[in-house]
Ligand binder design. Structure first.
Ligand SMILES: Cc1cc2nc3c(=O)[nH]c(=O)nc-3n(C[C@H](O)[C@H](O)[C@H](O)COP(=O)(O)OP(=O)(O)OC[C@H]3O[C@@H](n4cnc5c(N)ncnc54)[C@H](O)[C@@H]3O)c2cc1C
Length: 287
């Protein structure tokens, strides 16, 4: 149950000696040459942490930039911070094979590694404990076939919560879904999952916190307003001008999304998450 580190079908990877975000914690010595496959939140957080501990770190990412699911400017700020910490970023580089202690990139270049960390996402753990015997269908991506009440569509006596449900894979989502699924199952309530205001934070330095609709690129019809931290006295006084707060508004002026980059961005996002959840406008915040 829950999820396990995803393993991309790269020839040679299964036989390679690799770590994941679950096994990395067993290290007793600092790896001197750590190559991380995947530049999402987990790869970026761990890459920066290990670089700051003194390891030589390289992140290999297939997308054109790290943190590809976040605001482009946020990704760029984190990329600059990682490089300032000494991390080598190899973006737009797909790994086609692992041979010995080398990654083979499409195009033929090779990236040697002392220690390899695979951080390419999390796969739901839905096999191996008899769900098939309950008649629960597993849908695309290996997820439970739940409806918006978190109830299995193929066996209505089964509910699911957390990483295996197909909803965003976060601690707070799992916790709120656990309560929702339990009350629906036991009390027969019709509570539905609401995905409009699920906050997320990447704990790099600077932190990246986001909620709701994308802010860059933003969907059509969404208005964007950005304040650079370099334009605020507090950030200037604290010598931390790298960052911004960016709000996304719909045509009626309601706040529908945000990205904040900077110190304690995760804490700052709470207020904006409330605004998104309650349909508040910028004038409500300003007031
Ligand atoms: C490195 C890393 C960083 C993360 N950072 C964040 C973060 O900053 N913020 C955030 O919100 N989320 C973060 N997450 C995601 C978060 O940990 C998950 O979304 C959350 O734990 C999901 O909860 P869950 O209950 O669905 O699954 P889990 O927490 O994985 O719990 C599932 C449990 O089921 C047990 N289990 C599995 N199979 C069986 C079985 N057959 N029988 C009995 N028990 C079984 C497992 O041992 C496990 O204890 C991170 C995850 C990782 C890996």
């Amino acid at each position: 149950m829950g999820a396990t580190p995803a393993m991309p079908p790269i020839p040679g990877l299964a036989e390679a000696d690799y770590l994941t975000s679950e096994t990395l914690w067993d290290l007793t010595e600092l790896p001197d040459d750590l190559v991380i496959l995947g530049g999402g939140s987990i790869g970026s957080e761990l890459g920066q942490a290990f670089a700051r501990l003194g390891a030589k770190v390289t992140i290999v990412e297939g997308a054109p930039r790290i943190m590809p699911r976040e605001d482009e400017d946020a990704g760029a700020l984190v990329a600059a911070a990682l490089e300032a910490d000494g991390v080598t970023l190899m973006t737009g580089q797909n790994v086609s094979a692992v041979e010995g202690r080398e990654l083979v990139l499409e195009g033929g270049a090779r990236v040697p590694f002392g220690t390899l960390l695979v951080a390419v996402g999390r796969s739901p753990r839905t096999t191996g404990f008899g769900l098939d015997k309950l008649g629960v269908e597993i849908v695309k991506g290996g997820f439970f076939d739940v409806d918006e009440h978190l109830r299995s569509k193929s066996n209505p006596k089964v509910w699911a919560a957390g990483d295996l449900s197909g909803y965003p894979q976060f601690t707070h989502t799992a916790s709120s879904h656990g309560s929702l699924a339990a009350s629906n199952a036991i009390l027969g309530l019709p509570r539905k999952v609401d995905t409009s205001a699920i906050p997320r934070v990447t704990f790099t330095h600077p932190e990246v916190a986001a909620v709701g609709v994308a802010t860059n690129p933003a969907p059509d019809g969404i208005q964007i307003s950005t304040v650079q931290h370099s334009h605020t006295d507090r950030a200037t006084a604290e010598g931390q001008p790298d960052g911004f707060a960016r709000l996304a508004m719909d045509s009626s002026g309601k706040i529908v999304g945000a990205t904040i980059v900077g110190p304690r961005a995760g804490e700052s996002l709470g207020e904006i998450t409330l605004a998104v959840a309650k349909g508040l406008k910028t004038r409500d915040l300003a007031g």
